[in-house]
Design a protein around this ligand. Structure first.
Ligand code: FAD
Length: 480
């Protein structure tokens, strides 16, 4: 086959949230853009095997959970039946709709999408594998190749096998009678919860002494309580020594703090983290600097050490979240277009979509303690929220961290239903440099869970309508 090459102003490698956000913004700014994606569809990990399919499953499990819980209020539904084929096709339909939407958005903006695997041949040329177009020369490039799941040492995953990563679990081949989830981070917890509600007896093993390392204790506690009842077992400080797969199941050798046990499972989900996909792209030969973990080093404009090559999203560092990737993609596009843009966000929200959900933004109590920062923390327990009680969500909590002198908001944490949406008020407050008064004097609709944010700010100010605040108890100062 002969060589066919093409020129473009901006080559974007990867059609996930970081890549398509960069491509679309660059095109909106009048640049000529070519996006190279190795898969048949755009959307990346997030759309095809991450954010969206996981939320589709969690939303379904929430319906099942709520139906069972409704008995407490005198409403009884028959035991639900899961039609897995229908569930899969509904979930895949959402992905198809969104992926074809991305193609349409690209077309409208004149972003050319090339289906190929891209490798840097030199600092201004990509070699394209698997397409008629063999070379793409560019003035600027944005590397948005994302990340891939890590496995356990010595464990290799077979397609369709019983040992799965998150992609395998999201395919919902079946609902295994016994599922071992390895990893107590957000992916293991989200998928473990969905499978447990679908009927699997779930064992979760986690290497550290608590799940969701780094997240504040009081935010994690209600989830710990929930999975304590939902999962068959939660084993902390436990390592997987070996996994042996056979025709009928998987034997796991689990080394805990006091004993080592062998147990049988029908399936195993490995959710122990993700690694940047920076190797094999030819970046090293160009002198693009990376850290020890393989993340591409970038400056505040998302330029790599080779200034006309940018990197965004998971491959450019933590937090590996889609909204961070999208923001970075826009910054890179604007920088390429000559705008004075920088990635200078005040806070990137994080959300764990379990039930209860956990969300936080800005400074956390854990970080404040670690850094010995003086902060005041005001809490509003959802037991005092009428709306929370109607939702059976009295175990929720909203807390805000303030600068003790100025009352400026430094961080927010929420546990409970709807935390995914509520955290937006905290992020906006952080971006605007808002104070306790700003949030407390904002009228929140009644009855809503958002009132707990206004009232947490009131707690800091010393008088909250639905919570008695004794004199001098306006939020706890950390360190004490
Ligand atoms: P990706 O989305 O990984 O996209 C990279 C793209 O580059 C891929 O399409 C890949 O095919 C393509 N590519 C790679 N190499 C090449 C090459 N050489 N040539 C051409 N194309 C190439 N984040 C959230 O914010 N919220 C969530 O709720 C959430 N849930 C998640 C649930 C799961 C189970 C998982 C696994 C992840 C979840 N994430 C979530 C993380 C989120 O998916 C990622 O942070 C996000 O997708 C990163 O975007 P990206 O553009 O950097 O990379």
């Amino acid at each position: 086959m002969g060589e066919l090459s093409q020129e473009t102003q901006v080559a974007v490698i990867g059609g996930g949230p970081g890549g398509y956000a960069a491509a679309f913004r660059a095109a909106d700014l009048g640049l000529d853009v070519t996006l190279v994606e190795q898969e048949p569809r755009c959307g990346g990990t997030c759309l095809l095997r991450g954010c969206i399919p996981s939320k589709a499953l969690l939303q379904t499990s929430e319906i099942i959970w709520d139906a069972a819980e409704a008995a407490r209020r005198g409403v009884r539904f028959p035991t639900p039946e899961l039609d897995l084929a229908k569930l899969r096709s509904w979930k895949d339909g959402i992905i198809d709709t969104l992926a074809s939407g991305l193609d349409r958005l690209a077309k409208k903006r004149n972003v050319q999408i090339v289906r190929a695997r891209a490798v840097f041949e030199n600092a201004h040329t990509l070699r394209l594998e698997g397409s008629e177009l063999t070379h793409l020369t560019f003035r600027h490039a944005v590397v948005a190749v994302g990340s891939e799941p890590l496995s356990l040492p010595g464990v290799s995953l077979k397609p369709g096998g019983r040992i799965m990563d998150s992609t395998g679990a999201l395919a919902v081949h079946d609902i295994p009678a016994r599922l071992l989830v390895v990893g107590g981070g957000y992916i293991g917890l989200e998928l473990g919860c969905a499978y447990a509600v679908f009927g699997s007896r779930v064992t979760l093993v986690h290497r550290a002494e608590r799940i969701l390392g780094g997240v504040d204790d009081d935010l994690v506690r209600p989830l710990v309580k929930r999975i304590g009842g939902l999962f068959e077992s939660v084993r902390l400080e436990t390592d997987v020594e070996a996994l042996r797969e056979d025709a009928d199941g998987v034997t796991a050798v689990l080394r805990g703090p006091s004993e080592t046990l062998e147990e049988r499972f029908d399936r195993v989900l490995i959710a122990v983290g993700r690694a940047p996909r920076s190797r094999g792209l030819g970046l090293e030969a160009l002198g693009v600097a990376m850290d020890e973990a393989g993340f591409i080093r970038v400056d505040d404009r998302r330029r790599t050490s080779v200034p006309h090559i940018y990197a965004v999203g998971d491959v450019a560092g933590h937090p590996m979240l889609a909204h961070k990737a999208m923001r970075e993609g826009k910054v890179a596009a604007e920088a390429i277009a000559g705008m004075p843009s920088a990635y200078d966000v005040q806070a990137v929200p994080a959300v764990v979509y379990t039930d209860p959900q956990i969300a936080w933004a800005g400074l956390t109590e854990t970080e404040a303690r670690r850094k010995n920062l003086a902060v005041k923390i005001a809490r509003f327990p959802w037991g005092a929220s009428g709306r929370a009680l109607t939702m059976d969500a009295a175990d929720g909590l909203t807390k805000i961290l303030f600068d003790p002198e100025s009352g400026r908001i430094l961080g927010m944490g929420i546990v409970g239903r709807g935390a995914e949406t509520m955290i937006a008020e905290g992020v906006l407050a952080l971006e605007m440099g808002a104070s306790a008064e700003d949030v407390a004097l904002t009228v929140h609709a009644h009855p809503t869970l958002s009132e707990t944010e206004g009232e947490a700010a009131e707690v800091f100010l010393g008088s909250a309508t639905h919570l008695y605040v004794p004199q001098g108890a306006q939020g706890k100062t950390t360190p004490p």
